[in-house]
Design a protein around this ligand. Structure first.
Ligand SMILES: NC(=O)C1=CN([C@@H]2O[C@H](COP(=O)(O)OP(=O)(O)OC[C@H]3O[C@@H](n4cnc5c(N)ncnc54)[C@H](OP(=O)(O)O)[C@@H]3O)[C@@H](O)[C@H]2O)C=CC1
Ligand SMILES: Nc1nc2c(ncn2[C@@H]2O[C@H](COP(=O)(O)O)[C@@H](O)[C@H]2O)c(=O)[nH]1
Length: 325
């Protein structure tokens, strides 16, 4: 198996078919809706809040609200009142079952529910998928996180409509250091490995450090890309603003960090400071422009054209050119 990651793969250009990058369409259909970008901010407390969720939903972007210190039913109701789609997160504990039951009983429902636990290849996830499908049969269920083809196959067979791939590649992740497990350091090839068996969309989660990594994720099978650190640190980001030597930063911490959990137990995340980087809308616009450029280098007009390009692996055992035959 080839082992590579975002920083040692480059995609190879094909003859340009557009006169302007503005002709390149970055939109994606996901769960019955069309979004401007195949990108979703990570469902983390320092990445998005209710206001950002509203902004994204109202402006044609996918979002997944986090599930920490939040009444997800009240959140869903407020989104509904504004005529916006509802996309929430769920764990697998009794309180999470109660949220699903209330969404059903109170007629609020949810358009998307993302079950995100650290080790998503688990019977607890199977039971939660079954519960959501029973109570809210119209809801599009995303399940994760996983890092192997076996797990993708199981989650799909258990009823998930999409799977989320990435164990430990995140910037504030310490899973691989604490447990010795994960896809950190080879996330892109893990994505390729999982995508080979997937029959439903995959969300590539974690490890994106540059906008070009979005095109690479799509090339290797992602329908959607979940991003934390690149979205943390905006003026609107919920993390606290911190000043160090006259420079402004925003805090960004892991959902499995003691900062998020409120206690030091099963900690698999840390806290870092992200330099303050302006407005979210500007980053989204730049991401779209960069992805339009990516599509043009692929000799295409749509995201699907990114899947057709060859690539090179730089350095290491797997170095070389990889041609599509
Ligand atoms: N993508 C990634 O690499 C990772 C992401 N995270 C994120 O951190 C947040 C908190 O995650 P998590 O602690 O799972 O959520 P929860 O605190 O909601 O726990 C979910 C349930 O899964 C159990 N659980 C968690 N990890 C394992 C495991 N390795 N083996 C068996 N059971 C497990 C927990 O029990 P108990 O605590 O008693 O074991 C609990 O019952 C989530 O948003 C998750 O996505 C966390 C770690 C890795
Ligand atoms: N191992 C851990 N992973 C975590 C934690 N909190 C979030 N995450 C994952 O990271 C991505 C975001 O990654 P980034 O590289 O874009 O910053 C996020 O979507 C989660 O899957 C954690 O505490 N531990």
């Amino acid at each position: 198996m080839e082992i590579f990651d975002y920083d040692n793969v480059l995609l190879l250009p094909r003859k340009c078919r557009v006169e302007s990058r503005s002709e390149c369409d970055t939109s994606v259909e996901f769960g019955g809706r069309r979004f401007k970008l195949p990108v979703v901010p990570a469902n983390m407390k320092t990445v998005l809040d209710e206001r950002i969720s509203e902004y994204l939903a109202a402006n044609g972007y996918f979002y997944v609200m986090h599930r920490f210190d939040l009444d997800s039913v009240a959140f869903a109701k407020r989104m509904r009142e504004q005529g916006l789609f509802v996309s929430i997160s769920s764990g697998v504990k009794a309180a999470d079952y109660a949220v699903i039951d209330r969404l059903a009983a109170e007629g609020v429902g949810a358009d998307y529910i993302t079950i995100d636990i650290a080790h998503g290849h688990a019977d607890s996830v199977r039971k939660m998928i079954e519960h959501i499908k029973h109570k809210l049969p119209q809801t599009f269920v995303i399940a994760g996180n996983v890092g192997t083809p076996e797990a993708v196959i199981d989650l799909e067979n258990w009823g998930a409509d999409a799977t989320k791939v990435g164990i430990g590649p995140g910037k504030v992740c310490i899973t691989r250091l604490k447990t010795g497990f994960g896809t950190g350091g080879w996330q892109l090839s893990a994505l390729k490995w999982c995508a080979r068996v997937a029959t439903k969309p995959i969300i590539a989660d974690g490890g994106i450090r540059h906008h070009g990594d979005i095109a690479k994720s799509v090339r290797f099978g992602a329908a959607m890309v979940m991003i934390g650190s690149l979205f943390a640190g905006h003026e609107e980001s919920p993390g606290q603003t911190v000043e160090v030597d006259g420079k402004l930063y925003k805090e960004y911490y892991g959902s499995a960090s003691d900062f998020n959990k409120g206690e030091y137990k099963h900690v698999e995340g840390k806290r870092i400071l992200e330099p303050l980087k302006g407005k979210l809308a500007d980053t989204l616009r730049e991401m779209q422009e960069d992805l339009q450029s990516s599509i043009s280098y692929a000799g295409g007009r749509t995201l699907a054209d990114l899947r057709k390009v060859n690539y090179v692996i730089l350095g290491g055992e797997n170095a070389g050119e990889h041609l599509l035959m």
